[in-house]
Ligand binder design. Sequence first.
Ligand SMILES: [Zn+2]
Length: 370
Amino acid sequence: MTTSIVDYFISLVKIDSESKNEKLIAEKLKHDLEELGAKVEIDNSAERIGSNTGNIIAYFDGEISKKPIMFCAHMDTVKPGNGIKPQIKEDRIITDGTTILGSDDKSGIAEIIWAIKELKEENEKTAPFEILFTVCEEIGLLGAKNVDPKKFKSEIGFALDSHKVGEITNQAPYQNSMKFTIFGKEAHAGVEPEKGINAIKIAAVAISNMKIGRIDDETTCNIGIIEGGKATNIVPNKVVIKAEVRSHNLEKLENVTKRMKSAFDKAAKLYNSSIEAIIVREYNAFKIEKNNIVVELAKNAADNLNIKFKTVIGGGGSDANILNLKGMEMVIAGSGMSAVHTVEEYILIKELEDGAKWVKEIIKIYSKQQ
Ligand SMILES: [Zn+2]
């Protein structure tokens, strides 16, 4: 292993690992975790997910007899994530501007590994802990959805997968994803347009009657993709629209979902056509109270390190949504990533170092608690 967390982080982001292609990084991490003394397993989810590897699950026995705690991060990145050329510029690590950096979520991975490495070097006696490095988080939390919760003994945990070190996301929303197909009728647009039904027109009517964006302080929705039509001289017979709704409140989630569907229904009826709607619950919300042990651990550790602690309400889904559903109390912890999912992505070196210190301190405090 390298001599600094910066070098370690850089070595990780140089390994291509867009979703479904995490095999190389999984092999590297398995090797590093074993070197640190863990029992490491790559689970059998690869085939179900369609990735070239499964999730990594690592167990550190610890010297203190206690229930383990879990640290989680994801191995995959979004696109464009191949051939990343990280560069150190003053106080931060950036890219050459042609790719993402992959600090989402290799900052989390590097900080977890580095914390363990230092604990081992310092011969610190600790409680047991478990590590979960997932695949395909970015394309629907697939690794977390396909991991067998019976493999874990932890009841509490941290997913390092967010912005500022010291911030804990203790609440995250529900999400529905939706696919609407509007069926029109094809006709020659110049010869007999009156025989056609224009699916694009129906979509436009439906969407213009819909409130999208921020609905209220706990609910958002978006139309993200619209596809349809073949040529300017053909009345289009089909449009496919993909959309999502997120809310911290289940009733609001369902109401907005229904409203969007009914806007398409009404518009279709107006033009004597039909629609098909496919609605999928991507993940459920979670909320962990601020006096929960997992939040307090994070706060006490941040306080000890003079890192500013804050709880925040998340707007997105993460592996934590799924693991909470599987019976774990897991919050999302900031790992320092910035401007993620863009080619301007960067991480401050101080954040990377603080993230590792934070994980280390959490393990130390947890290990000493009765
Ligand atoms: Zn992430």
